[in-house]
Design a protein around this ligand. Structure first.
Ligand code: GTQ
Length: 332
């Protein structure tokens, strides 16, 4: 028990009599709230997730090994997950977010499926990758950003004439499972026949645009300045109901102001090199490194050269529940 000597907080000393009582409660699947109250009602968010930095140098060999060790077919999705040591049980990279690095060889494909979880991808390397989303075939190049929104059928592959392709997947799997709201279905056809998808009278809760090409996004980032939000063009809001994504431009030598907010963020270094301070950690990052910012952690970024950070977050889910909060005035 975490006792606190503050009025309104639990502060009960153990006695032999109480200890016997607690054992008795446990045996009946009961419990004394005052033993856990100070933990389950923290003064402010106390994420189990810790700030993590997965260097590409360490992730890459594991990803290439996966491609040699298991077939894409048997694995269904051949992905090396990035696991936060505080959130192993939920296969989370941070908070409510999952991320992994998927690898496909030329001529390989995954079978078509759909799930309640929303997914997004940021392509890391390779030529000839494609994804088919609700019948629409999208060709993917390096640093393209692509959505497979909740409930859409999707399968991916690499053309026989392509190269080994690697991309980062981001999903809200831990959120769906926390809410006990996840579903999964296999498509009756192993791979979807591309048909094209009509956008007429679009009423889905996610963006009608599934593919955001790098060249256009980068040009928009340069024009917008520091941040380019990937948007649903119909609402000007986030791309999906639970997850948002953005690009951030860091100029050489600049160090950002520290910020904190509820909601988790997972970053991939799209280009450049620099550093981030997250909580009590300092990360020195390079291209393709992935790192996370757990909820309510104070953080800031700086760049050694002009750099672009891709990131995705659970802010739309937090906002929808009225739980998004930020604190922009932290004294460094
Ligand atoms: O491609 O839909 O990394 O369902 C994990 C689960 C990717 C996917 C992942 C998935 C997918």
């Amino acid at each position: 028990m975490k006792r606190e000597n503050v009025i309104g907080r639990a502060n009960v000393e153990d006695t032999p009599e109480l200890e016997a009582y607690y054992r008795e409660l446990e045996g009946r699947n009961l419990g004394a709230l005052w033993n856990v109250a100070n933990e389950i009602e923290p003064w402010y968010p106390q994420p189990k997730s810790v700030p993590m930095h997965w260097k590409w140098r360490a992730v890459e060999p594991a990803v290439r090994q996966a491609a040699a060790l298991v077939s894409a077919e048997k694995a269904a999705r051949r992905v090396v997950m990035l696991v936060n040591p505080g959130r192993r049980e939920w296969s989370a990279a941070a908070g409510l977010l999952y991320t992994g690095v998927q690898v496909m060889n030329p001529g390989e494909f995954t079978s078509a499926h759909r799930h309640q979880a929303s997914a997004l991808r940021f392509v890391m390397e390779g030529r000839g990758a494609y994804t088919v989303v609700d019948g629409e075939r999208l060709a993917l190049g390096a640093r393209d950003f692509v959505l497979t929104p909740n409930g859409t059928w999707h399968d991916h592959g690499v053309e026989a004439g392509g190269t080994q392709c690697i991309w980062q997947d981001g999903l809200d799997i831990p959120l769906m499972n926390s809410l006990d709201a996840n579903f999964y279905q296999v498509h009756p056809d192993t791979v979807q026949a591309p048909t094209g998808l009509s956008r007429e009278g679009w009423s889905k809760p996610y963006s009608p645009v599934f593919l955001y090409k790098w060249d256009q996004s980068y040009a928009a980032l340069k024009q917008d300045g520091a941040v380019h939000e990937y948007r649903n063009p119909l609402t000007n809001g986030p791309v999906m109901p639970t997850m948002g994504a953005r690009l951030q431009l860091l100029t050489k030598g600049t160090a950002g102001e520290p910020v904190r907010h509820t909601g988790s963020v997972i970053y991939q270094v799209a280009s450049g090199s620099g550093w981030s301070e997250v909580g009590d950690q300092r990360f020195e990052w390079q291209e393709k490194d992935i790192f996370c910012v757990p909820s309510w952690s104070t953080y800031r970024h700086g760049a050694r050269e002009e750099s672009v950070l891709f990131s995705f977050n659970d802010f739309p889910a937090m906002r929808a529940l009225g739980l998004y909060r930020e604190d922009w005035e932290i004294k460094a």
